[in-house]
Design a protein around this ligand. Structure first.
Ligand code: PEP
Ligand code: MN
Length: 243
C-alpha cells in the first residue's frame, strides 16, 4: 500500500475545451491525476477517434494537476513531452515497440493490463518500460475477459494483490471500463480500496448521455465527489486495520 490513495479521474475522451474546463473545475480538489483520452483506441473506425494533439493541448492548458493521456503510436512520442503520465492502453500492452519508445523517452507511465493477458505477461510488459528507461510505472488492472457476463470485463482482484506482492510498482484499479455501466462504479471502487489497491481510476463526464465514447459508464462530477469522499474514509479505516 502506498502512503496515499491515488485518485485518477476525468472523461474517457477529450471532446472540447469547454467540456474539459467544466469537468476539471468540478473535480480538481479531489483528484491527484486528471485523465482524458486524445488518441482513442476504438473498435469501430466510424467511432470518435479523439482530438489528437489538440486534445493534449487542451489538457495541458486546463489542468494544474498532473495529466494522464493514452499514446497509441510511436510516431506521437514527442507530443507527450508535457503529459506527466503517458497511458499505454489495454490493447497495446504488448506493443513492444511502443513500450520501448515510451521507455526510451523516460516518461512516467500508466500501463493497463491487456484484455486477455496473464499477470506474468503484464509484469513482463512493465519490465520493457523499466528496462528502456521509464521514470515510473503504475500498473492498472482494468478487467479481463472471462466467462462471466455480469459486467463488461472481470476485475481480477487477486491479481492486484499478486502484483503488489511481486513488484514494487503502484497497482491501481480502473473501475469504469470493467463495469461498463454506472451502477457498479461506487461498489467496485470501494472493493478496490478495501482490498488495499494503491489507487483507483474513474471516468467522469459533465454530460455522460452525450459523451462521444463510453457513454454508458461515465459518472457525473457530483456522483464522483460523493464516491471519493467515501473512498477516502474507507481508505483511512483500512490503513488503521493494517497498522
Ligand atoms: C481508457 O482508459 O480510456 C481506455 C481506453 O482504457 P483501456 O485501454 O483499459 O480499455
Ligand atoms: Mn473509456
Amino acid at each position: 500500500m502506498s502512503e496515499q490513495l491515488l485518485i485518477i479521474a476525468g472523461p474517457c475522451s477529450v471532446e472540447s475545451k469547454s467540456q474539459i474546463e467544466e469537468i476539471y473545475s468540478e473535480i480538481e480538489n479531489e483528484i491527484d491525476i486528471f485523465r482524458g483520452g486524445a488518441y482513442k483506441p476504438r473498435t469501430s473506425v466510424h467511432s470518435f477517434q479523439g482530438l489528437g494533439t489538440e486534445g493534449l493541448q487542451i489538457l495541458e492548458e486546463t489542468s494544474e494537476k498532473p495529466v494522464a493521456s493514452e499514446i497509441m503510436d510511436t510516431r506521437d512520442i514527442e507530443y507527450f513531452k508535457n503529459i506527466e503520465y503517458v497511458q499505454i492502453g489495454a490493447r497495446n500492452m504488448q506493443n513492444f515497440s511502443l513500450l520501448r519508445a515510451v521507455g526510451e523517452a523516460g516518461y512516467k507511465v500508466i500501463l493497463k493490463r491487456g484484455l486477455s493477458s496473464t499477470i506474468e505477461e503484464f509484469k513482463a510488459a512493465s519490465e520493457y518500460l523499466i528496462h528502456y528507461g521509464a521514470k515510473e510505472v503504475i500498473l492498472c488492472e482494468r478487467g479481463i475477459r472471462t466467462i462471466s457476463d455480469s459486467s463488461r470485463f472481470t476485475i481480477d482482484f487477486a491479481g492486484v494483490l499478486k502484483l503488489q506482492a511481486e513488484t514494487n510498482m503502484k497497482v491501481i484499479v480502473d473501475v469504469s471500463h470493467p463495469a461498463g455501466n454506472t451502477e457498479m462504479i461506487s461498489s467496485l471502487a470501494r472493493a478496490a480500496v478495501a482490498l488495499g489497491a494503491d489507487g483507483v481510476m474513474i471516468e467522469v463526464h459533465n454530460d455522460p448521455c452525450n459523451a462521444l465514447s463510453d457513454a454508458d459508464q461515465q459518472i457525473k462530477p457530483q456522483q464522483f465527489l460523493k464516491i471519493t469522499k467515501e473512498l477516502r474514509s474507507l481508505d483511512e479505516y483500512i490503513r488503521k486495520l493494517e497498522k
